[in-house]
Design a protein around this ligand. Structure first.
Ligand code: G3H
Ligand code: 13P
Ligand code: ZN
Length: 330
């Protein structure tokens, strides 16, 4: 048993209180390996931003929970070494069962998501409540979800999204005791968030997606004033990375993300945690493909992972400053 407090980590309570007051969102960046984690911490220390290090079930399977926990412990020291003591939370992304959440809580996570959004409302309430009852006495914060995002969340694939019903949110929060709520207002996971037929094209032929449902977000905010809302599926799918990947032999089709101005607007409203994974994957893949193509004789992984890490850092810094607004809030 390891408590997150022994690791120097924090839960999300204070982070979210400050984010709501300050009109910004805390970045929740997924990581699976050392280079991703280094880039996240370098960027958040440089911009003085709080950060949520996010671990999916896929990341646990890939990297091992003991290593991930000790990387998070190392991240706290690493940020100090870089000259900025930032609040760091280690969060389970899309927890699929009570057992997974319990295992993470017992292994030093400071926050967990229990994603019961694919169950009936009653089952979602019961499961979420059970996780909260285990987490809260241990100081761990819990994120629940209402509404279904289209796309792939770990092993679960949803063809269509179901928007969150504002009339359910008060009942869900009061019955479960969750600390934050993920909602569905038009975002989705992955690099193909919209079908081309849902989009319009600008003069350069770039696909422009339909706007997020800010009307639903505002309704939810009225029902739960000051309550932390979470937006999953918030990658913007930068065209520069898509183009580089294609230029250097990759095949990506119909890639569309969430425009950054819309994320900025959401962060100024009730959204105080924004989840980004795919953009990191695109930045790394684009840089590695380009570096390898331009240096065909190179076979030292540091020579292509290093540039990928540097690109990631730059991208996260820009997001903290221009999109989430979390910079200078550590
Ligand atoms: O919500 C999904 C995240 O992007 C994690 O994806 O399960 O492939 O690690 P993953
Ligand atoms: P993206 O696929 O848009 O990066 O979303 C990540 C996410 O929501 C992780 O939970
Ligand atoms: Zn997600």
């Amino acid at each position: 048993m390891t408590s997150y407090k022994e690791l120097g980590l924090v839960n999300t309570t204070e982070m979210f209180e400050k984010a709501i007051k300050g009109g910004y969102a805390v970045p929740a960046y997924n990581f699976n390996n050392m280079e991703q984690m280094q880039a996240i911490i370098q960027a958040c220390a440089a911009t003085k931003s709080p950060v949520i290090l996010q671990v999916s079930k896929g990341a646990r399977d890939y990297a091992n929970i003991n290593l991930l926990r000790n990387m998070a412990r190392g991240a706290v020291e690493y940020a100090k070494e870089l000259g900025c003591e930032i609040p760091i939370s280690l969060h389970l992304d899309h927890g699929d069962s009570f057992e997974t959440c319990k295992d993470c809580i017992d292994n030093g996570f400071s926050s967990v998501m229990i994603d019961g959004s694919h169950f009936s409302y009653e089952e979602n309430v019961a499961l979420t409540k059970k996780v909260v009852e285990y987490a809260h006495p241990r100081g761990v914060t819990v994120e629940g979800e209402l509404g279904v995002l289209a796309g792939i969340e770990d092993d679960v694939v949803a063809e269509e999204s179901t928007y969150t019903r504002p009339e359910e949110v008060e009942d869900f929060v009061s019955k479960t005791g969750v600390d934050s709520l993920a909602i569905s207002i038009g975002t989705s996971h992955g690099a193909n968030k919209f079908k081309p037929e849902q989009c319009t094209k600008n003069k350069d032929g770039v696909l422009i997606p339909p706007p997020l449902r800010f009307d639903i977000l505002e309704e939810i905010e009225k029902k739960l004033p000051g309550f932390p809302i979470v937006l999953h599926g918030s990658s913007s799918v930068p065209m520069k990375y898509v183009k580089t990947i294609i230029q250097y032999g990759g095949s990506l089709k119909d890639s569309v993300g969430i425009p950054e101005e819309q994320l900025r607007k959401a962060a100024k409203l009730a959204v105080c945690k924004i989840n980004i994974d795919s953009d990191g994957r695109l930045a790394m893949t684009a840089t590695i493909r380009k570096t390898m193509a331009e240096n065909p004789g190179e076979f030292d992984p540091r020579k292509y992972l290093g540039p990928a890490r540097a690109e990631l850092k730059e991208m996260y810094e820009r997001k903290n400053i221009d999109v989430l607004g979390s910079a200078e809030n550590a």
